[in-house]
Design a protein. Sequence first.
Length: 149
Amino acid sequence: MDCHLVHLRGDSIIRRFWLTTEHTTLDMFYLGVSFVGLVCVVSLSFRKNVMGNGLGMAATAGEVVVQATSGAVGLMLAPLFNFFTHVYGIFYWSKHTDPDGDMIPKAASKAVWLITAAFIIIGLALFPTVNDLLASYGYAVVEDDIVNS
């Protein structure tokens, strides 16, 4: 990965943060979570299992905290799922490393693709039901929170 690309993404995060938030403590925490997530992705792209997945768990746990604090219970589900994929990744990839400790890339089997497709289909099928359930608990969008320019 090109280091300039990482710098531009980091710069973009800072610029968007500065221009679109009120700089509260929660905003600052979320900025930190964003940077941890960025380093996680870069680490995984360089096949660094423990660093990438460890930071991924930290970033997704942080995002769950941010979403819960903001009252966005539905938005907690995706990072919670991602947290467990990082847990799985740490253990699975630890069995598939080279002598330097870097992950050895493998192609996914047909079973993995079918399981992935099944999760996507089940998730899309359950989305309206989960959305209605959360709305019945009072977690529906009740105001327009889009910032007007």
